[in-house]
Structure formats: C-alpha cells, structure tokens
Design a protein around this ligand. Structure first.
Ligand code: URA
Length: 289
C-alpha cells in the first residue's frame, strides 16, 4: 500500500514524502495550519503522525492528532472569527435552472448560449462523477481535450488530478464529482472572464444543490472566486475553510498550475491532507440525518 502511494506521489510530483506535524495551541474554533516537516526529521512522540499511516480506529484523522484540533461544528453555528472564514456567496438567482433535474440540466448546458464561449465550443462539459458524492472538486474550465470529449479533466492536468485524488484514497466517480466553474472552453485556454463565470454559475449552483457534497475543493483562483463571490488569492486562502451555502470549501492550486510550478507540490499535498482531515471530521461530527 505504501509502495503504491509512494509511486502515486512520485507520479504527481509530490515525492519526497512529507509528514504533517500537528500544532498545539489552536484556540477553540480556529483551524491550526499544520507545518510540513521533511521526512528525515525525527518524530517527537505524540506530536507527529505519519502521513502514510492508515486511519487509526476511533480517530478522526491519520495526520493530525484529534486533540489538537477543535471539533468541526456545523457551518451555520460559526461566526466569522471562528473555525470557518465565512465568505458566503450571495445567493444568486438562477432563473429556471434552479428547478432542473440532472438530465434537463445537462441538456441545458449543452445548448447554452448565455455567453460567447458557446460559439467556439465543440462540446460543453457539464461534469462527471458520483451525483451523491461527499467530495466535489471544482476546476476552472475545459481545455482542448475536454472540449473534444465532453468530460472534465481528461488532459494532462486531469491525469495529475486523478493522481492527487489517489493520494488521498479517492477515485474519479467514486464518492467524487468533478465539475468546472465554466462549462465551455475559453479560446486558447485563457482564464475565464468574470462575465463568463457569472453567466455559468447557475449551472454549478444547481449541481451543488443536487449533489449536496459535504466538502468542496476549489482548484485554482477562478473556481474559488466563482464560489466565494470575492477576490481570492490562493496563497492566502490555503489552509482555511470557507463556506458556500453551508458547505465548507477548501482552496488549493489548480493541477495545471502545479504542472508549471512544481516547487509548490508540497503545498498541494498539505492542502489535500487538510481536505481529507476536514472530511473525516465532518463525517464524525455531523449529526445523523
Ligand atoms: N482544467 C480545468 O480547470 N478543467 C478541466 O476540465 C481541464 C483542465
């Protein structure tokens, strides 16, 4: 298992392996950012845990000692100074999209002409995966291969995303849904404009309403900004929890950025561990439905 994970981490540019050190002193309601220490740094007993270790029975997390972090409380009970950085997106009216089921929504996306991106698309790319997933990963917009195939993240960045998922024991389609903030390819893969993000947002909004994920991972700035309705700098937003309509959001770098900036690989690994830790705590703390 460790060999497989090592291979995955090497593949996604995340080797050498890193261990996460839990930080004491987090006040109630504050998430402590766990600093990274290189593997060769000796563990002090009770302080560090092996990022490769399996989840211990009865603990919420393999990476951070549970007593070092406060319980994750429902978003609605949180104040801005508390566990979550509240940046709730203004609820935007989505017109008739709000009432659509999956098939009708996807048909609407395929025939959408709400912005000029429709003029050059081959295929719109609604999203793919488990429609009842706990995890929702939101990217930026389709690239050339996605535009050809109608599926998100099937190019080089997609292969890296799959490896990122595997590194936290997730797989595309299994408890994971993958969507983009913008459903049609921008020319030359340019960053989507804010008008395009706004025009497309009702589709993502409806997908979130139907999936009801426990956690959203925003991959890159456009995805984070679309979800949070505010300017976001990934470097500043990492390691914090944001909120979209009661659903926690973790922000990290986009896989395409990581392909160009391998020096940030450890940060993405850290963010994935944070997301996984957050999910474990959400599952533990959430009252039964
Ligand atoms: N980048 C994205 O943000 N989404 C895709 O689907 C592919 C590349």
């Amino acid at each position: 298992m460790n060999q497989r994970r090592d291979a995955i981490l090497r593949e996604m540019g995340l080797a050498p392996l890193w261990r996460l050190r839990a930080v004491r002193g987090a006040e109630e309601g504050v998430v402590a950012q766990a600093p990274l220490v290189p593997e060769q740094t000796p563990n002090s007993p009770g302080q560090q845990q092996d990022a490769q270790a399996p989840l211990a029975p009865g603990t919420t997390d393999a990476f951070v000692s549970p007593q070092h972090e406060p319980a994750l409380r429902p978003v609605a009970q949180l104040t801005p100074a508390s566990l979550l950085e509240t940046a709730t997106a203004a609820v935007r009216t989505s017109g008739d999209v709000a009432g659509l089921g999956w098939e009708a929504l996807e048909a609407r996306i395929h025939s959408c002409s709400a912005c000029d991106l429709c003029k050059r698309r081959k295929r719109a790319v609604p999203g793919v995966g488990d429609r009842q997933a706990d995890w929702l990963f939101v990217g930026e917009a389709p690239g050339a291969e996605e535009d050809e195939r109608g599926e998100p993240f099937v190019g080089q960045a997609g292969r890296l995303l799959d490896n990122m998922l595997a590194s936290i024991d997730l797989r595309r389609g299994q408890d994971v849904y993958i969507a983009n903030a913008v459903k049609c390819r921008p020319p030359n893969n340019r960053t989507p404009e804010s008008a395009e993000l706004t025009a497309c947002f009702p589709y993502l909004q409806r997908q979130i309403q139907m999936i009801r994920p426990r956690l959203i991972v925003a991959l890159g700035r456009p995805a984070a900004q679309a979800l949070l309705s505010q300017e976001v700098k990934i470097a500043a937003a990492r390691g914090r929890l944001f909120d979209y309509s009661g659903i926690p959001i973790v922000v990290t770098y986009h896989p395409a950025y990581l392909l160009r900036n391998l020096q940030d690989k450890a940060k993405v690994w850290e963010d994935l561990c944070f997301a996984r830790r957050t999910m474990a705590r959400l599952k533990t703390d959430r009252p039964p439905e």
